[in-house]
Structures are given as C-alpha cells and as structure tokens.
Design a protein around this ligand. Structure first.
Ligand SMILES: [Zn+2]
Length: 467
C-alpha cells in the first residue's frame, strides 16, 4: 500500500469510528450543557462545566459536560457555558389571581386588610375571567423570576389549573373551602361538589396536583374541616390551608376552643402528611412537635408576614427540629410581588436581625428553602426540588454576567444575596422550555398586560360605588 492510500484508509477509519460514536449516543429531548450546575442533591453537589440530559420530562443523566455529551445527543440544546444551572424555584404559598389587587390596599394589619378591603373587593370582582387574567399575569411574572412550581389557594381553581397547564407551569392548586358564600360556591355543599370534580379532572396530570384548600381554622367549621380531611383521605388530594398566621388567631382559638390552632386541628384529627400549612408564625407549646409527628409541611412567607406585621415565624427552630419548611410569597396583594429571589434574601436577613445571630440561616439554607426543602413542604420531594437522575426536569439557566453578580466567590451567596429575578435567562419545566433567552414561549406578555390593566379600571369602579 502506498503512502497516500494508507492516509485514505486512516481517514476513512476515523470517519467511521466517529459515525459509530454518533450513532451510539442516545438521542434525548433536551441537553443543557456548560455552566455551573447547583444540584441541591443530598450531598449538595456543585458541578463545574456540567451537563444535563432530559427525556420525556425527566432528567436521565447529570454530570460533567464531556461525559454527558459523549453519551447523549439532542436536536434541542441550551448552551449554559458561563452561566449557573439550578433547580426551578418553588413558591410554596400564593393566591395567584390576587396580582390584580397588587397595591390596592397596603400598610394595614391582616384583619383590617382582609375584612375592609380584600373580602369586599373579591366579592365584587372575582369571576372566572378575573381569575384567568390574574393567573396569566402571575404565571408570566413567576416564569420570568424562575418559579417552576407554585402552591395556590383561590376560587375557580379549575380555571387556574387550566391556565397553569397551558403555560407549562407546575402547580399544587387548592380550591378554597370557606364558611361564607364566595364567587364560585355559595354553600359548603357546592364547594365540596366543586373539589370532587376538580380533583377527579386533574388526576394523573404531569403538571397539576389538584388540592382541597379549607381557608383556615377560624373561617371553616370543625365539621367542614373534618369533611375536607375525609375527602383528602379518600382521594389522596393534598390539603392547603393557613394556620397560626397572627397572634390574634391563636388567642381567639385558645379562648374559643381551649387550644392553639395546631393543637385544636390535631385534636379533631385534621393534621397529616398531606397537609400544607402556610404561615405558622405563632406555634405554641408543643405545636412544632405535633407538626413534626404528623408530617405537616409548613410554608414560611417572610415578606407577607412583615408587611402585615403578623410577626416572625420561628423558622430557625423549625429547621433544628427538622420540620418540612418551604418558602412562599403569599398573594401579591400582601407582598406585592411573586419574586422568590426577594423571599430568599429576606428569609436569610430577617432571622439574622430578629435573633441577633448572623449565622442562624445561611445563604445555602435560604436556597434550600426555595428548592429541595420547598419540595418537601409540598410533599413532592421525590419529583422536584433538586437536579437528580429520575426527577422532573424543572431547571433554570441564570445569567452570571450582570453587574450585580460580578465578581463571584460563592455560588449560594451569589444566588441568595445578589441574583435578581431579571437574571433568570431560560426556564425549563417538565422538560419543556417555557422561557428562552428571556423570551416567554408559552404566554403572550403584551396581551397579559393589557388584560390586567383593563381589570384595574373595573376594580376601581366597583369599589367607588360602595363608598
Ligand atoms: Zn395566604
């Protein structure tokens, strides 16, 4: 064989072996490669120059980029070189359509705010259309800010679920049960019939977990709370509720029922590992031990609790006692946004100043509250909250080149104290890209803004007629 023929053979062999490697690589739906992967797995592994392979909505592999690229191929790719990849954020408590009441009434305590402003405004304005318009606005804000899962409680929750599924966002969505006539249900029987249909409708959906949401132990009777628990036992639906939000709620409960709200709920057999309890600002005596024993998930809403001057939940103690604690914004009317980056920053700082101990909640713990611990609080830790093989592919690609993030020494410090919602560049939920390079792919922002502004005028008019 002469020299040029030998070269030809060598080139052919190289081409063939490359082709074999190509064909050996497994095709997947999406590859996210390059960048620093903050996994939030059990060892809190951080992978520099990492990669994630996604197929059928789940993570099929995660590791160093070179390894992932040698094993997988995909037509759809996100190049995350120089960026940070994290699990999607989990907003553990909100009332999403209330974005339409953002800024309607501020600087009041919970009772005055609820009874003088929010309940009347809701009575006059909440329709299915209101709920859909508000939900779309809230969803757009949440996707932009990197929230991939949220836990909600409102009215017309079936319409909220419909909008959420269309936008490709994950939700634990609770239809409100409350002992006075509300927009979608005039009696408890109507409310229970609604949740029956609602929960059956969404059973087995990839994104939506339909729940029952008895509003609070002070707005729902013992009989109706027990019925809600029985419904949850029969269907497996989670129970979303508010517990011990204010000192007054606790004092009233002690007076009327001879027990704190937690002790009372335990006495009537309401608490279990399907309950998601928002606030828990004022646990008394053995309340935290009861919550731990019953496996209740607790959601801390630092900014809402601060704004309504409800108090400071003993979160450091809850963490020491290994309660399942997550983080939420509460409705935008008491926050006034759905921004989990602010919530993480606030939770770390609020507890430092309140306890006088700067070590009490670290940046890493604050990030855990919005991811893996948030997943635990929603009883979804097997599916979401961290980037691990087998889990749902809910992830963020975060720009690291913005002025507020430069320079970078510690990734958790950066995420909690420096990153802003606007730094979120791309968002993947259940393997689907819902925002790419800051462009929303499932929602029309222009229409959403116009629809929401039109509702502002209606709301103002509805309230002025009562004065
Ligand atoms: Zn709430």
């Amino acid at each position: 064989m002469n020299k040029s023929a030998l070269i030809c053979v060598l080139i052919l062999m190289t081409t063939l072996s490359n082709a074999t490697a190509q064909t050996r690589r497994q095709p997947v739906d999406l590859l996210v490669t390059g960048g620093t992967v903050v996994t939030m797995d059990q060892t809190r592994r951080v992978i520099e120059d990492g990669g994630i392979a996604v197929s059928r909505g789940r993570i099929v592999a995660i590791g160093p980029r070179a390894e992932i690229e040698s094993r997988y191929t995909s037509r759809q790719k996100i190049n995350a070189a120089g960026k940070v990849i994290t699990p999607g954020l989990i907003n553990g408590h909100t009332h999403v359509p209330m974005v339409l009441f953002r800024g309607l009434a501020d600087d009041l305590d919970l009772q005055e705010w609820l009874t003088k402003y929010i309940f009347p405004a809701e009575a006059k304005n909440v329709t299915e259309e209101f709920v859909r318009v508000g939900t779309r606005l809230g969803l757009a804000e949440m996707i932009r800010g990197g929230t991939t899962t949220y836990c909600d409680m409102y009215y017309f929750e079936d319409a909220i679920a419909d909008e959420t599924a269309k936008a490709g966002v994950r939700g634990v969505l609770g239809e409100t049960i409350i002992d006075f006539p509300v927009a979608d249900n005039k009696t408890n029987a109507e409310g229970m019939a609604y949740v029956e249909k609602f929960v059956a409708h969404w059973k087995g959906h990839d994104l939506i977990v339909a729940a029952i949401a008895p509003h609070a132990p002070y707005t729902v009777s013992e009989e109706h709370l027990k019925a809600a628990r029985a419904f949850s036992d029969r269907t497996g639906a989670p129970i979303v509720t508010h517990i011990s939000e204010t000192k007054r709620e606790v004092d009233d409960s002690v007076k009327a029922k001879g027990a704190s709200p937690v002790a009372y709920l335990d006495r009537i057999g309401f608490l279990n590992e399907r309950v998601i309890a928002a606030h828990m600002v004022w646990p008394q005596g053995t309340d935290i031990a009861i919550l731990k024993r019953r496996g209740v998930g607790v959601v801390h809403n630092p900014q809402s609790n601060m704004k309504l001057a409800s108090g400071v939940a003993p979160v450091p103690r809850m963490l020491t006692e290994k309660l399942w604690v997550g983080l939420g914004t509460d409705g935008a009317a008491s926050n006034n946004d759905l921004n989990m980056w602010e919530e993480m920053d606030t939770v770390a700082k609020l507890h430092k100043v309140f306890t006088g101990d700067p070590k009490v909640i670290s940046a890493q713990e604050a990030f855990e509250l919005a991811t893996i611990r948030g997943a635990q609080a929603l009883h979804l830790e097997k599916e979401i909250g961290s980037l691990e093989t087998g889990k749902r592919a809910d992830l963020l690609v975060i720009d690291r080149d913005t002025l507020n993030q430069i320079p970078l020494y510690n990734v958790y410090s950066d995420l909690v104290y420096a990153t802003k919602a606007a730094d979120v560049e791309s968002v993947v939920i259940n393997g689907r890209i819902v925002m790419r390079n800051r462009r929303l792919l499932t929602l029309n922002e222009t229409t959403i803004k116009a629809d929401a502004r039109a509702f502002r005028d209606k709301i103002i008019k509805s309230l002025s007629t009562t004065r």
